[in-house]
Design a protein around this ligand. Structure first.
Ligand SMILES: [Zn+2]
Length: 85
């Protein structure tokens, strides 16, 4: 499993992400992507404005604080090596 989905994958899965319908590993990848990618974060904000879509936040997925912290640390380490913004 790769850690970070592409923008295309994130935007494809965002509705299911908002509904909490995705497996945890997938949610985690999308969550990390949303923290780092303002394009997809903006896309999510647009989605949240639609009626019927559950309110989602940029908080870590439930029940995975340790996995989320680990994944985030990996991303931060990668960003230090390769500044993209
Ligand atoms: Zn993106």
């Amino acid at each position: 499993m790769k850690l970070m989905p592409s923008c295309y994958e994130v935007q494809t899965d965002l509705t299911e992400y908002a509904e909490g319908a995705l497996p945890l590993t997938r949610k985690l990848g999308i969550w990390i992507h949303l923290l780092l990618c303002h394009v997809c974060a903006g896309f999510l904000r647009g989605l949240r404005a639609l009626p019927g879509v559950a309110k989602v936040s940029l908080a870590p997925p439930d029940k995975a604080p340790e996995a989320a912290a680990r994944a985030l640390a990996e991303v931060q380490a990668a960003l230090r090596k390769n500044q993209t913004h």
